[in-house]
Ligand binder design. Structure first.
Ligand code: GLN
Length: 252
């Protein structure tokens, strides 16, 4: 891979949606890209800004209902542009509040409905009890390759996927989308939505590399082969987080 390779990340609303240091996901992507001589250009997209056409990977973090309500109209208005980009092979990672708002709508704790971007095939309604704790998933993003994803969830929203929609993974321990379906997150092409914070990518380096691979494929039209990294600390973080989730004692 030569030194001029780059990918463009469109970071949506970083000053509104960044709960549990979700911004750390970008730091991980930038470091893992740089270690492979890939430049990660991060373009901030705030309310009123245009949606840049050259984005390879959209990123949106989590936030509470209040922050979500502040940006929901703007995000909903740019929904078709993001949906077109994803249909054209752009990648995305949306976490918690951002995940909810990439769906059709989110009805918050006060009953008010926020229109979503309509990018992911789902909707979300807040329930009484918050779903909090460590989570472990089994995920099969590539057919026949089963991997685990570890993280932390804290949400009141119950997310319901449309019939036939693909989840990010199956819950091994934790609540997941709604505490009932055994499903967590959503995958549409190269776009992923999830409730997992932590932030997510430091303890799931394979997922960071999967996203980088998707973003590079979008840019170059070819599937890159990323050089493997040592990842000892990352593996340890994954182990600690998985063990904490497992000690919750099975599903839900
Ligand atoms: N407000 C949303 C909920 O509670 C999202 C919270 C979050 O991003 N942690 O469901």
């Amino acid at each position: 891979m030569n030194a001029v390779e780059r990918v463009v990340v469109g970071h949506l609303y970083p000053s509104y949606l960044n709960i549990y240091a979700d911004r750390g996901n970008i730091a991980v992507l930038a470091a893992r890209a740089a270690w492979r001589a890939v430049e990660l250009d991060v373009v901030t997209i705030g309310p009123g800004d245009p949606t840049p056409l050259e984005v390879d990977l959209f990123y949106v973090g989590g936030g509470q209902d209040r922050e979500q309500a502040l940006i929901a109209p703007d995000l909903s208005a740019r929904g078709p542009a993001i949906a077109d980009a994803v249909a054209g092979g752009a990648a995305a990672l949306a976490v918690c509040g951002g995940y909810q708002l990439l769906g059709r709508f989110y009805r918050g704790r006060d009953g008010e409905e926020m229109a979503g971007a309509g990018v992911l095939p789902l909707y979300t309604v807040a329930g009484e009890r918050r779903m909090i704790g460590d989570v472990l998933l089994e995920s099969e993003l590539e057919p026949g390759v089963l991997r685990t994803v570890a993280g932390f969830e804290n949400h009141a929203g119950r997310t319901i996927l449309d019939d036939g929609a693909e989840p990010l993974g199956r819950v091994v321990s934790g609540f997941g989308n709604d505490g009932e379906s055994g499903l967590e997150g959503c995958r549409l092409g190269r776009a992923l939505g999830t409730y997992l914070h932590g932030p997510l990518l430091p303890r799931n380096p394979w997922l960071a590399d999967w996203l980088l691979t998707q973003a590079l494929s979008h840019r170059t039209g070819e599937v890159p082969v990323l050089e493997p990294l040592a990842d000892e600390l990352e593996a340890e973080a994954h182990e600690v987080s998985s063990a904490r989730a497992r000690s919750r004692g099975g599903r839900y």
